[in-house]
Each structure stands twice: as C-alpha cells, then as structure tokens.
Design a protein around this ligand. Sequence first.
Ligand SMILES: C[S@@+](CC[C@H](N)C(=O)[O-])C[C@H]1O[C@@H](n2cnc3c(N)ncnc32)[C@H](O)[C@@H]1O
Length: 260
Amino acid sequence: MTVRDTWNPAQYERFREEREQPFHDLVALITRRPARRVIDLGCGTGLLTAELHRELQAAETLGIDSSDAMLERARSLEGDGLRFARADISDWQPAALVDVVFSNAALQWVGDHRAVFARLTQMLAPGGELAVQVPANFDHVSHTLAADIAREEPFATAMQGYTRTFSVLPPEEYATLLYRLGFVAQTVRLQVYGHVLESPDAVVEWVRGTLLTDYESRMPRPLYEEFVARYRERLNAALGNQRPYFYPFKRILLWGRRPD
Ligand SMILES: C[S@@+](CC[C@H](N)C(=O)[O-])C[C@H]1O[C@@H](n2cnc3c(N)ncnc32)[C@H](O)[C@@H]1O
C-alpha cells in the first residue's frame, strides 16, 4: 500500500492556540537554560521549535520531521543556530550528544516506546533532559470512531484492514521507564486540556489535521472524502447538537534529567 505525505500545515494550525498550551507547559518543565544543543523530534512547521530555541537560549537547535510539507514552512525560520532536517524519528541519531531531547505531540506516531525512550536516553549528555508530550485521548469517541469506520467497507478493503494503533503507554509506565533508564529526577503527569469549540463539527476539523491524516495517506482522495463524510455524520450523532462543544483532551507530559 502506498502511503502519501498528507500532513497539511494550514489544517494543522487551525487550532494553533489550543495546541500551544501543552507545548508551553512542557517547556516550563525544562530546567536547563541556557542549553547548548537541543533537538526537537517531529518539529512540524517549526514555529514552536523556534520558540523552544529562544526559551532555552540554545546555541544550536535542530528540528527533525519526516514531512516535507511541514518542513517547507520550518525552513524559512532557519538561522541563528536554528536548523531543520528531514529524518525519521525511528532511526535518526544526532551527530553529538545533546542537552535537551524535546518532542511535542509527535512520538505517538512512532512504535515501541520502551525501545524509543531507551534510544532517546542515549542521545543525552550527562545532566541532559528529556521532555515529551503525547496525546492520550485514544479512548475518546473522536478517536475510536475513526478506527470503527476504518474497519467498515469500502475502507477496510482499500486499506487492507489497516487501523491506526497507538504506542502511548499509561503515565505510570513512563515513570517506571524513566526510573529504569537511570533518570535521577522526573515529572510525569496526565493533564486534561479542555477546548471550547464551536460545535462537534470543529472536532472533525481538528482530527483532520492530525489523526485522520494517517487514513488519508492510505486512500485515494474521493474515498477519503467519503470516509470523512461518514465520520462527520457519526460523530455528530454521538456528540449531539452541543454548541459550544467542550472537547476534553487528555495528554501526558513527561520530563526527566540524567545524572551529571
Ligand atoms: C501533531 S504534529 C506536531 C508538530 C509540532 N511538534 C507541534 O507541536 O506543533 C506531528 C509531527 O510529527 C511528524 N512525524 C510523525 N511521524 C514522524 C516520524 N516517524 N519521524 C519524524 N517526524 C514524524 C509529522 O510529520 C508532524 O509534523
């Protein structure tokens, strides 16, 4: 099955304000300032990477992402120690050890978090810090419904039975993992971000910028439009005519520091 790059910076940034708060909460956990070398895994359009670079007064920040469409925006922000590169988080290695490994809303796309976190830990210099935010909303109807529809025809045949699975662990497992990986200080918390949206229809626009991109990348355009139409109808039926609609969104924020 061919998988296309369906990340769309304009669609993603429609909910920029709502998406930014977890980023700020995550940055606030980092103690290292100034940081010499920082990496941002799954940096997207780079706007928040540039903010991270400034906030940490970093000498060098490298944002990596696998989407050319997202990186196209990011590249215009390069300069003054800030750079971007196209790479896959699953197999990328930095050229030298770094002070901060950062990732906001991206590692949920990468499998086997125990192995991934072990690899990220090895990227850190002594005293280095890891700061990661991942969504944990997979049991909300906005997410379960997408998988339900993917299992229905004609989508199941078109995607050869594919449904998105997520590698995000329960918060206490991240805490245990950080301990076992030798982090000497840590914070792991589950936080619910409440988003007041105009109506349930706005949730459709929200997930079209993230979760549904994965299904979009595996279907021809007209079939994907059919998928979105079915999703919209069923989500509206499930959530009812709530105006505004309060969208509770769970996220896990985690931070750890290596021994000096
Ligand atoms: C939800 S966006 C988050 C972007 C940015 N960190 C932010 O907070 O705005 C997720 C990003 O992760 C990137 N991504 C997903 N899987 C990836 C992978 N395996 N390697 C590199 N980037 C990946 C996507 O291309 C997308 O830009």
